[in-house]
Design a protein around this ligand. Structure first.
Ligand SMILES: [Zn+2]
Ligand SMILES: [Zn+2]
Length: 366
């Protein structure tokens, strides 16, 4: 049997779809059949060619990291998920989207999301199915995966192992807690999950900035207390002033950068109260620079970077969804679905950089 894999051979060019033989899982491994794979902001960066200074593997880069699937085949010895829940073929799975080396100083410290040996999965290299824009995904032996609770619909699952895990870890790293003021820069897939999680963690006020009115409306449905449309507040100064107004003149405890623009660091630092934390998540593109005044950090302001999450978080997120799915419109996050074969039509439509789109999160469906 063969399956399709989407590969980026050259930046700023259409992706190619290649076919490979589907291998049998080795002992301890699991082959998933993908059911949905999200188009995340980082995938758009790759497609757009923002990462030209990061060389692609010679055979191309296997695309897609966010998604969900069902067990297609269990390798010998696999009878349960990572928490010991019995598992059979056909069960729905959420898996850790980080594939660490397990042999570096970061992996030894359980910081698998900061593994120093993570690179782009190369196209055409065994086990071939190493990205989510594909018919199958190979989980190597001992890779963390979790059976999805029956009460959760499929459309809530795609973003769990990227957007939701990433923003939750960012909030945890900022020490977000009861009573905090939280500013979210960007109301896309990351931002909407960040709003929901910040409120669940006890945030008193969540203030959300974006330039798309439809996203800001959705932000309110997810619990944003205030929204700021940056088309209206179109300078950093007016936005900082607005945040100060909305935080009783104090500034905010946490700023989350979820857009991917370097200049938002400087703006975000000015939005913070003394002791506040700026969390950099969105700006994954290397080589951009911004100047800041370090003296602004002296009164306890921090800048922390955050990348993905540790796999132990995933069962917590599934429980969070079970608890909140009827209170919050998670079903609206996945706004569009495209057949896998139409990946090169899906990306231009999902693009939000300097254009309007009604897509919140697009999913590729094999
Ligand atoms: Zn992602
Ligand atoms: Zn490692």
């Amino acid at each position: 049997m063969k399956g399709r894999v989407v590969i980026c051979k050259e930046y700023s060019k259409p992706f190619e779809i290649e076919e490979f033989d589907v291998p049998d899982p080795e002992p301890g491994a699991v082959m998933l059949r993908m059911t949905q794979a999200g188009i995340c902001g980082s995938d758009l960066h790759t497609w757009r060619g923002d990462q030209v200074n990061v060389p692609l593997p010679p055979t191309g880069r296997v695309m897609g990291h966010e998604g969900t699937g069902v067990v297609d085949k269990l390798g010998s010895g696999v009878t349960t998920d990572t928490l010991g829940v019995p598992i059979v073929e056909g069960d729905r799975i959420v898996y850790a989207a980080v594939f660490p080396c397990h042999h570096c100083h970061m992996c030894l410290k359980n910081n698998t999301n900061w593994c120093v040996n993570r690179g782009y999965a190369a196209g055409g290299v065994y086990p071939y199915f190493t990205g989510t824009y594909a018919d199958f995904l190979y989980l190597p032996p001992r890779h963390p995966f979790f059976r999805v609770p029956d009460e959760l619909p499929d459309d809530l699952l795609g973003p769990v192992n990227c957007a939701m895990g990433t923003v939750t870890t960012g909030l945890q790293r900022a020490g977000a807690k009861e009573g905090d003021f939280v500013v979210i820069q960007g109301a896309g897939g990351l931002g909407l999950h960040a709003i929901a999680m910040a409120k669940d963690m006890g945030a008193d006020r969540v203030i959300v900035l974006d330039r798309l009115a439809n996203r800001l409306e959705l932000a309110e449905e997810f619990g944003a207390d205030y929204t700021i449309n940056i088309e209206e507040f179109n300078t950093a100064e007016t936005r900082v002033e607005r945040v100060k107004e909305l935080t009783d003149g104090r500034g905010t405890d946490v700023v989350m950068e979820l857009v991917g623009r370097a200049e938002l660091l400087a703006e975000g630092i000015d939005m913070l109260s003394n002791g506040g934390t700026f969390v950099e998540i969105g700006d994954i593109v290397r080589g951009r620079e911004v100047s800041i005044d370090p003296s602004k950090l002296l009164a306890g302001k921090s800048i922390v970077g955050s990348l993905m999450y540790r796999p132990e978080l995933l069962p917590t997120l599934l429980n969070f969804l079970v608890r909140t799915q009827h209170k919050l419109p998670f079903h609206k996050i996945v706004s569009h679905k495209f057949p896998l074969a139409e990946v090169n039509e899906a990306f231009p439509q999902a693009e939000w950089n300097s254009r309007q789109t009604d897509i919140t999160r697009a999913m590729l469906v094999p």
